[in-house]
Design a binder for this molecule. Structure first.
Ligand code: ARG
Length: 469
């Protein structure tokens, strides 16, 4: 079935029908299309096109369709798109009456409405996964609250940090992702229905009532913009891309940390694989796949930006290309965050390796220089002195904690027992008492604050979810 055809002498080529058809992917919009059509039937009743009895008959048929849609083969059809499919199905239920449902409506506004409805639910799913991942990170931070990690810059050991401090860094990123998703949600939460094909519908619908019916916070202000705007999808793809970038950084860290070379942690059997050839292998495929998929999601953002570049107003069929990248990205980001949470839940730390790497890496050198600076030695000079101690260590094959008090005094008479203590990385990190720093008390406070922030996010999405469904 087609929703057009009167002014054509012959039909489209079979190749073109296949080329232009979208049912195999836009069937994801089925529920949104039916729910949107119910609200539209209400609006048609409001302007006198449908009687209340006709509206009820149509909406009962729509409810029946929603109930049946799970049946196998339900979507095996050759309709051009999901909107055509839904109207044909309606016709099978209510006969000729179905021909009134598209009065004063265009698929251009319909697809924009459906897409927004679908995305609002998808964004909530992503936010829920972000919350679950943040919860996993916090649980691990709490469980391993006194574990220590050599922090890196340039992938060279730099200063000791608490492992919890390291995990909370990712918590911050995922909180920002949650808020970016919320911004995308707010942009999506605007109803285009009533915009017609481009000029606004020829019928004076109560658009506010339609928005209330469908749980949208607002109605669009300009019909030309409403049918051709896909900024909300760009916003979502950007938010999804950034979340994937963050996830990929954690993945990369842990691919390294779980390697034989680092040996800082293990991730569980449930997220690792073996080799078909090499019996000893235990590969971090889950994290590698995630790292790979980050590129794919960023690619979808790029693709939609290119689709929109230079697109003349208003609706153009190019816009049909908006959906697959968004559907795919929503699935990839949701699953990737869930996989990452599994990895975090399964992590087993190897504390001795982390501590040894920290100590051997001279991560306490800065703390030592700062002890001298506190005693009134200019920092540049203190830096030189400690550099000399590190050099002597390297030359003599000595670990930092092998230096005696007398030997240290030989480098600088100002050095006292506090210097000996600072050579132990777990003491050195207590130097970082500044807000946002890695000292134990600061991390304990940050962890507790993170718990409260996470609870706040969950409350926010739950209450808004209730408003919009
Ligand atoms: N399938 C189209 C899309 O996804 C919606 C239909 C509008 N088609 C049209 N020729 N005006 O954008």
């Amino acid at each position: 079935m087609k929703l057009w055809g009167g002014r054509f002498e012959t039909g489209p080529a079979e190749l073109f029908e296949r080329y232009s058809g979208s049912l195999d992917f836009d069937r994801k919009l089925f529920e949104a299309d039916v729910v949107g059509s119910k609200a539209f039937a209400n609006a048609l009743c409001g302007v006198g096109i449908l009687t209340a009895a006709e509206r009820d008959k149509i909406n009962a048929a729509f409810d029946g369709m929603l109930a049946e849609a799970g049946a196998p083969g339900y979507f095996d059809a050759d309709d051009e798109d999901i909107h055509t499919f839904v109207i044909r199905k309606l016709g099978e239920e209510v006969g000729e009456l179905a021909e009134k449902i598209h009065t004063g409506r265009s698929r251009n506004e319909q697809v924009a409405t459906d897409f927004r409805l679908w995305m609002k639910a998808a964004i909530r799913r992503v936010q829920a996964q972000l919350e679950a991942l943040m919860n996993s990170l916090l649980r691990l931070a709490e469980r391993e609250s006194d574990a220590l990690l050599p922090g890196y810059t340039h992938l060279r050991r730099a200063q000791a940090v608490l492992f919890g401090h390291y995990l909370l860094a990712y918590f911050e990123m995922f909180v920002r992702d949650w808020h970016r998703m919320q911004q995308a949600y707010n942009r999506t939460d605007v109803l285009p229905l009533g915009s017609g094909a481009l000029a606004g519908s020829g019928f004076a619908f109560d658009r506010g009532a339609m928005a209330a019916d469908l749980g949208f916070a607002a109605i669009s202000a300009n019909s030309l913009d409403a049918v051709s705007d896909r900024d909300f999808a760009l916003d979502f793809l950007y938010a999804a891309s950034v979340a994937m970038l963050h996830a990929s950084r954690l993945a990369e860290d842990w691919i390294l940390y779980s390697s034989e070379e680092f040996g800082f942690l293990e991730i569980g059997d449930e997220v690792t694989t073996g080799s078909s050839l090499m019996p000893q292998k235990r590969n971090p495929d889950a994290l590698e796949l995630l790292r790979g998929k980050a590129g794919r999601v960023c690619g979808s953002l790029q693709a939609l930006m290119m689709t929109l570049k230079g697109l003349p107003l208003a609706y153009n069929r190019d816009l049909q290309e908006d959906k697959e990248g968004v559907f795919d990205s929503a699935a990839q980001v949701t699953d990737s965050l869930a996989i990452l949470a599994l990895c975090v839940d399964s992590a087993e730390l190897k504390r001795p390796a982390m501590e040894q790497a920290a100590e051997e890496g001279w991560v306490s050198a800065t703390a030592l220089a700062e002890i001298l600076a506190r005693k009134g030695i200019a920092f540049h000079r203190a830096h030189q002195i400690v550099g000399g101690i590190v050099l002597a260590s390297v030359q003599q094959g000595k670990r930092p904690t092998e230096w005696t008090m007398d030997e240290l005094r030989g480098f600088a008479p100002e050095l006292d027992e506090s210097a000996l203590a600072a050579l132990v990385p777990s003491n050195a990190l207590e130097n970082h008492q500044v807000p946002g720093g890695t000292a134990t008390d600061r991390v304990r406070e940050a962890s507790a604050a993170a718990r409260a922030r996470l609870a706040g996010l969950a409350r926010m999405s739950a209450s808004e979810g209730a408003r919009t469904t």
